[in-house]
Design a protein around this ligand. Structure first.
Ligand code: AMP
Length: 120
C-alpha cells in the first residue's frame, strides 16, 4: 500500500474528509487541528496535514514547506489556546517504540499544566 493510501485509511483520514466528527480548532488549505479524544493535558490538540503522510518516518518524502507549516500552525494553536506565556510542548510519536497508534502524521500540542521530563 502506498504511504498516502495508508494514511487516508485511518481515523484521521476520515476526519479530514468530514466522515467522522472532530472538535476542530483551526483549519486551512494544508492542515487541520482538532482536540484529542483522550486529552493528556488541559489543552491537547492534534495538528495533521490534509494530504497523506503516515508519519515522520516518511519525512524525507514530504514537502519541507508542509512540515514547516505544521510547526507554525502548532504555534498558532498554542497562542489561540492561551499557552504562550506559560509554555507548551509539541510531541510527534514515530513508529511502534515511539508510541504512534495512528498512521497519519500528527503533532500533539500539549499545555495548560506543568509537563514533566522525561516522557514515559
Ligand atoms: P499517537 O499515539 O501519537 O498515534 O496519537 C494518536 C492520538 O489520536 C491519541 O492521543 C488518541 O487519543 C487520538 N485519537 C484517536 N482517535 C481520535 C479521534 N477520533 N478524534 C480525536 N483524537 C483521536
Amino acid at each position: 500500500m502506498k504511504d498516502a493510501e495508508r494514511s487516508s485509511d485511518t481515523v484521521f483520514g476520515a476526519i479530514v474528509r468530514g466522515e467522522i466528527p472532530a472538535d476542530i480548532v483551526y483549519e486551512d488549505e494544508q492542515c487541520i487541528a482538532f482536540r484529542d479524544l483522550n486529552p493528556q493535558a488541559p489543552t491537547h490538540v492534534l495538528v495533521i496535514p490534509r494530504t497523506g503522510i503516515s508519519g515522520l518516518q516518511q519525512a524525507d518524502q514530504a514537502e519541507p514547506e508542509l512540515l514547516g507549516h505544521l510547526l507554525q500552525v502548532a504555534q498558532a494553536v498554542a497562542r489561540q489556546e492561551g499557552l504562550e506565556a506559560d509554555g507548551w510542548r509539541v510531541v510527534v510519536n514515530v513508529g511502534e517504540a515511539g508510541g504512534q497508534t495512528v498512521e497519519h502524521l500528527h503533532l500533539h500540542v500539549l499545555g495548560g499544566r506543568q509537563l514533566t521530563w522525561p516522557p514515559g
